[in-house]
Design a protein around this ligand. Structure first.
Ligand code: ADP
Length: 589
């Protein structure tokens, strides 16, 4: 399916708005919808023929007007009608399944795409497990809304109802009230109950999201769960929430049962009245017994769509709430989306500049202040400082994962906010501090940024990153699958794969957030060599936690408390007491 950036507005995410959005998507499948309606009409006609034939048989038999041949013909016609009705319904269901899955997929992919596109600031505030569940359940909800409407015979039943009412009005107008009267009562009952259920569903959804959050939080921290022996308590925590979910669900089921009992009561009363009226009419010879049977059967048939329509409406209120969570994600605004006049970046010629940049993750928590910095093409800039100084944040801003709250970052004079995101992504590679890998093969991981890379290119990058040797020792070499988040490799090995991935892409700008914990001597060497390999040809920004890797950098930026304290070459910076202290701590262990 072709992915597209569909726009949804926040104010569209209401009960009717969500249904409207879903049906707008259905419009793309006009021929399937027309097919379903056409088949529905045929099926409705076929299902009405049966009772009519029955009427002829009942009236014809005692009167002696029914010959054997006629009876046989009626039997064949009746069987054919039932068979045809079943075939039409089958085809209609297949078409319904097609529409429901297509529309579900469209919105599933739209929200997933938006999830990936949304900036890190949004992700920092949302739980990915919960979002995953919202997309999953929302998708299923869209499917069931459409399948309930188009499949499940609803259209056939509804057309049948219209035909029955038309037929009764035409042939038996004095009976029409008995057919029409239950409709407003049904609607009133449904309206009241469905409103209650929709209100309860909000609470149920909240519990559901809490359960998912708890689940993914535990599963994502599996090693710590085991370390602290919390298997039981994590499961218990989840079970407690899930129990609450079922209790809340049970209350909804109880309401459903009330609704259905009330409907049955209405049905029974009106049927009893119809039978009494019909018996009186038969006794006064204004109605035949066959007609009595026909009217009672048609009345029964007319309840079916009403019952389904009412159940459907209640279910829609419920399920639409779930779908709305998916649309909520699709309606999120991406503040970092490309402006219409965004420009493509070209090769860096003069400099990247931080001009008086300020940034905060959340209100009142100032992370970066008055950052002014110039990065010249082909140079190596090292950012050093104590933990929490703001080094990683500075790198994140440079990679445009966040935009500054004040000031700007420019690339040869162009504000990064005015550039196309994809063009910046093509220019830079980021090696994050805590390298996690995709649960794919090592080769796939190295070639992530350049899927067209040949095996020899992949191996060359791995050799430069000191990864080739250990990869060769793995049973499947480059085809070894690394496990979830790369769990089957050591921290240092993961980082070397990440370095190989960055080197293969040969980025114009390499941002490396050096690992603090996984820096074994082999990885330290890999980093040093990678820096040397790219020196002069590529621009590098290295966040160094061990000064040994960056002493020869062209510019070392010393940060503390979100500010730049000093910058210059290693020898110049030695005059600064904090830098001297960092050197003493890290270089002469
Ligand atoms: P460094 O890389 O120098 O160790 P960071 O840039 O990671 O420092 O962090 C700077 C400050 O920003 C710290 O106080 C940290 O707690 C805070 N911080 C980092 N990431 C986030 C985040 N995603 N949300 C909120 N605060 C954050």
């Amino acid at each position: 399916m072709k992915l597209s950036n569909r726009t949804v507005k926040k104010e569209q995410v209401t009960f009717s708005g969500v249904l409207k959005l879903i049906f707008q998507t259905v419009r793309s499948y006009k021929s399937a919808v027309t097919g379903i309606i056409f088949l529905g009409i045929l099926s409705a006609i076929a299902s009405l023929i049966g009772p009519k034939i029955f009427q002829y048989i009942i009236d014809g038999l005692p009167a002696g007007t029914l010959s054997f041949e006629r009876a046989a013909l009626f039997a064949i016609l009746s069987a054919a009608a039932i068979l045809l009705s079943a075939i039409f319904t089958q085809i209609a269901e297949k078409l319904s399944f097609f529409i429901a899955t297509q529309v579900e997929d469209t919105w599933r992919y739209t929200s997933l795409l938006r999830f990936y596109q949304l900036p890190l600031k949004w992700h920092d505030q949302h739980d990915s497990g919960e979002i995953g569940a919202k997309i999953d359940r929302g998708g299923s909800a869209i499917w069931s809304i459409l399948y309930e409407i188009f499949g499940q015979n609803l259209i056939v039943l509804f057309i049948t109802l219209v035909f029955i009412l038309g037929y009764i009005l035409w042939q038996y107008p004095s009976f029409i009230l008995l057919f029409i009267l239950p409709i407003p009562v049904y609607i009133a009952v449904t309206y009241v109950v469905s409103n209650k259920i929709a209100a309860m569903q909000i609470g149920i959804n909240k519990i559901d999201h809490r359960a998912n959050r708890t689940f993914y939080d535990g599963v994502g921290n599996l090693r710590y769960v085991k370390t602290f022996g919390k298997e039981y308590s994590e499961t218990q925590k989840y079970a407690t929430i899930w129990d609450a979910y079922h209790r809340a669900e049970y209350n909804v089921i109880r309401l459903w049962a009330y609704q259905s009992s009330l409907q049955k009561l209405i049905e029974t009363i009106t049927r009893a009245i119809l039978i009494i009226v019909c018996v009186i009419a038969v006794k006064s010879n204004t109605l035949t017994i066959g007609e009595l049977v026909l009217l009672v059967t048609y009345q029964q048939l007319s309840y079916s769509p009403l019952e389904k329509l009412n159940q459907l409406f209640t279910r829609l209120r419920r399920v639409t709430k779930r779908a709305s969570h998916l649309f909520d994600i699709a309606a999120e605004i991406d503040p970092l989306a490309d402006a219409p006049d965004a420009v493509n970046l070209s090769q860096l010629k003069r400099e990247i500049r931080f001009e008086d940049v300020h940034f905060e993750y959340s209100k009142k928590l100032h992370t970066l202040h008055e950052i002014s910095l110039s990065i010249k093409p082909g140079t190596t800039t090292a950012i050093v400082g104590r933990s929490g100084a703001g080094k990683t944040t500075l790198a994140m801003l440079l990679a445009r994962f966040y935009d500054p709250d004040a000031g700007k970052i420019t690339w040869d004079g162009i504000d990064l906010r005015k550039t196309k995101r994809s063009s910046l992504r093509n220019k830079l590679t980021l090696i994050l501090q805590d390298t996690t890998l995709f649960n794919r093969s090592i080769a796939d991981n190295i070639a992530y940024g350049k899927p067209s890379a040949s095996q020899s290119e992949i191996e060359k990058a791995a050799k430069l990153a000191h990864a080739h040797e250990f990869i060769k020792t793995l049973p499947k070499g480059y085809h070894s699958i690394v496990g979830e988040r790369g769990v089957r490799l050591s921290g240092g090995q993961r980082q070397r794969i990440a370095i190989a991935r960055a080197l293969l892409g040969a980025p114009e700008l390499l941002i490396m957030d050096e690992a603090t914990s996984h820096l074994d001597s082999e990885t330290e060497l890999a980093i040093k060599e990678a820096i040397e390999y790219l020196r002069g040809k590529h621009t590098q920004v290295i966040i160094a936690h061990r000064l040994s890797t960056v002493q020869h950098a062209d510019n070392i930026v010393l940060m503390d408390n979100g500010r730049i304290l000093a910058q210059g070459k290693h020898e110049t910076l030695l005059a600064h007491p904090l830098y001297r202290k960092l050197c003493a701590l890290q270089l002469h262990k």
